[in-house]
Design a binder for this molecule. Structure first.
Ligand SMILES: NC(=O)c1ccc[n+]([C@@H]2O[C@H](COP(=O)([O-])OP(=O)(O)OC[C@H]3O[C@@H](n4cnc5c(N)ncnc54)[C@H](OP(=O)(O)O)[C@@H]3O)[C@@H](O)[C@H]2O)c1
Length: 245
């Protein structure tokens, strides 16, 4: 085992726009990173290269999180490399617009299987390791403020994120006190395309802090949850106050 003593993070979706920033930040906190990618090998390689600048023993593996056998294989590969699991971050996510009356079975399965089913079985596999360890570990799920809103044209996506928020509370209760389980729900992050179907100008009018979020706002919330010892089962909305409207 190359990392004896060093804390280890298993992360899904580290090849994503925000996911890559999170992986880098966690590595910067002194963690080894083991992350999965689904379809974007080049982006995954870029993330791994950057993560290895600070955490050379970090590893990645391909894993379609909508398939339970691939999640199991990823955890087997993880165990070949690392002998402890301190932090799970579930960031893998599928996101696209779906008109309510035209949602197909394929759309439903794609969004729900990747986001909700994938998150559940990843949390389950991690919890099986974490609950046997003689120290407290953490799970952070990545959701979305839309989980608590009624967005037009995103029914399967918002239902999937809502389900993950409930899973967060369920795992927090059932795995306490071994595992602290919380969720980060980002609002609109400025570096990326606007996610709602609202015009950008109107959207800014509904953000009390009068700016879109920065990836570092999300990273700050992740770091906070990595340090905290008395918070579990919570959804932290990092949205500039958007949910106050
Ligand atoms: N960015 C935002 O503005 C924002 C706002 C609200 C919530 N969030 C949430 O924050 C998290 C990170 O966002 P992001 O910007 O990094 O998202 P993103 O750029 O869309 O990246 C999505 C990630 O999920 C992975 N993924 C998708 N389908 C997969 C599958 N079937 N199996 C395995 N991996 C799969 C992708 O990997 P591959 O490309 O390799 O398949 C990629 O790493 C997500 O959970 C997202 O819902 C983001």
């Amino acid at each position: 085992m190359p990392n004896s003593g060093k804390k280890v993070c298993f992360m899904t979706g580290a090849s994503g726009k925000l996911g890559a920033e999170i992986a880098l930040a966690v590595a910067g906190q002194g963690y080894s990173i083991f992350f999965t990618w689904g379809h974007s090998e080049e982006k995954a390689k870029e993330t791994l290269e950057k993560v290895r600048w600070v955490s050379p023993e970090s590893q990645m593996v391909q894993c379609d999180v909508s398939k339970v056998d691939e999640i199991e294989q990823a955890f087997t590969a993880f165990s070949d490399h690392f002998d402890r699991l301190d932090l799970l971050i579930t960031s893998a996510s599928n996101f696209y617009r779906t008109n309510l009356l035209e949602v197909s079975e394929q759309d439903w399965d794609s969004l729900i299987d990747t986001n909700l089913k994938g998150t559940f079985f990843t949390m389950q596999a991690a919890a099986r390791i974490m609950t046997k360890q003689p120290f407290v570990s953490r799970i952070i799920t990545m959701t979305d403020i839309s989980a608590g809103m009624v967005w037009r044209n995103y029914a399967p996506y918002t239902v999937s994120k809502s389900g993950i928020q409930h899973l967060t509370r369920i795992f927090a209760r059932e795995t306490a006190p071994n595992i602290l389980v919380n969720s980060i729900a980002p609002g609109t992050i400025s570096a990326y395309p606007i996610r709602a179907d609202e015009p950008e100008a109107n959207l800014l009018d509904k953000i009390p802090l009068q700016r879109f979020g920065d990836p570092m706002d999300i990273v700050g919330a992740i770091r906070f949850l990595m340090e905290s010892e008395y918070i579990t089962g919570q959804i932290i909305n990092v949205d500039g106050g958007r949910l106050l409207y």
